[in-house]
Design a protein around this ligand. Structure first.
Ligand code: C5P
Length: 268
């Protein structure tokens, strides 16, 4: 524990209160759906921090973000320097908006499930005959609620507008689509497809809209190798899809409260 008040312990990140700023420490924990696995992946938090910093810099011309730098090493942190190096960032405090801004360029995950059930995703009608992992004609914006308890729920744009207001909803949609396109374009240069991704936004104390959380990391996105992509099957995923797939093989994993036959998983 650090010598600061705990602001929030997330599934993967611990957040400390520095006053007008926050200190976010990316741990090595890994989670999917609402399960935090008991064992982490060594140095995952450092990689996540590096990837998030890259993307904040690569997108700040599209929308300002909450990243304010890596911490110096005041005396209070000196004892933690080794543990924190590469995994701590200072960010501006915001009021997070209560929606997850998901953009999909390909059909996977809950998008694929919704499409199979009704031919649309979050109220966006898609052409018939699409297969799993198919590229969509255009990237689509498919928001979700941010559930404190239980699972996030995909919602229509109209429902999102009812939550945050039509004007802000439109701005968030347009920004998210622009951020997705930037991410997809830069990833494509490395032979990687950005299948889908999730953004979060917050309002700063002065009311400025900021990109927050961890944009375009493999914890908040599906990344596929372009070479091994083929519609009809889930391509090898450079993210935590393997964990979702594993959890889905366990019977009743998503029941509330968590099923007792999941002793190996810590549920938050
Ligand atoms: O599971 P689903 O298909 O709805 O996820 C869409 C995208 O949003 C994925 O890239 C996933 O990593 C991301 N996501 C997330 N956090 C959530 C829900 C989805 O980062 N709570």
């Amino acid at each position: 524990d650090l010598p600061f008040p705990v602001f929030r312990r997330g599934k993967v990140r611990d957040v400390y209160d520095l006053g007008t700023e926050l200190l976010i420490v990316a741990t090595d924990r890994i989670s999917a759906f609402d399960c935090v696995m008991p064992e982490g992946i060594p140095d995952k938090g450092r990689l996540l921090t590096a990837v998030a910093s890259y993307w904040f810099a690569a997108t700040e011309d599209l929308v300002p973000n909450h990243f304010r730098g890596h911490p110096g090493w005041p005396a209070a942190l000196e004892a933690h320097r080794k543990d924190l190096a590469g995994r701590a960032v200072i960010v501006e405090k915001t009021r997070p908006l209560p929606v997850e801004c998901v953009v999909r360029g390909y059909l996977a995950g809950s998008g694929w499930k919704e499409y199979q059930a009704g031919g649309s995703v979050c109220g966006v009608a898609l052409p018939p005959g699409l297969r799993l992992a198919d590229r969509l004609p255009e990237p689509i914006f498919t928001p979700a609620t941010k559930a404190e308890e239980g699972h996030d729920e995909n919602i229509s744009f109209e429902r999102m507008a009812g939550i945050v207001g039509a004007e802000l909803a439109t701005r968030l949609r347009d920004l998210s689509l622009a951020l997705y396109r930037r991410g997809a374009e830069l990833a494509a240069r490395k032979g990687i497809l950005l299948a889908d991704t999730k953004f979060e936004f917050g309002l700063s104390i002065s009311g400025e809209l900021l990109l927050i959380d961890e944009a375009l990391t493999p914890d908040s996105s599906r990344y596929w190798l372009a070479d091994s992509w083929a519609p009809g099957q889930n391509p090898p995923s450079l993210d935590k899809q393997f964990l979702r797939d594993y959890l889905e093989t366990l019977p009743d994993w998503n029941k509330q409260p968590p099923a007792p036959h999941l002793p190996e998983a810590v549920i938050q």
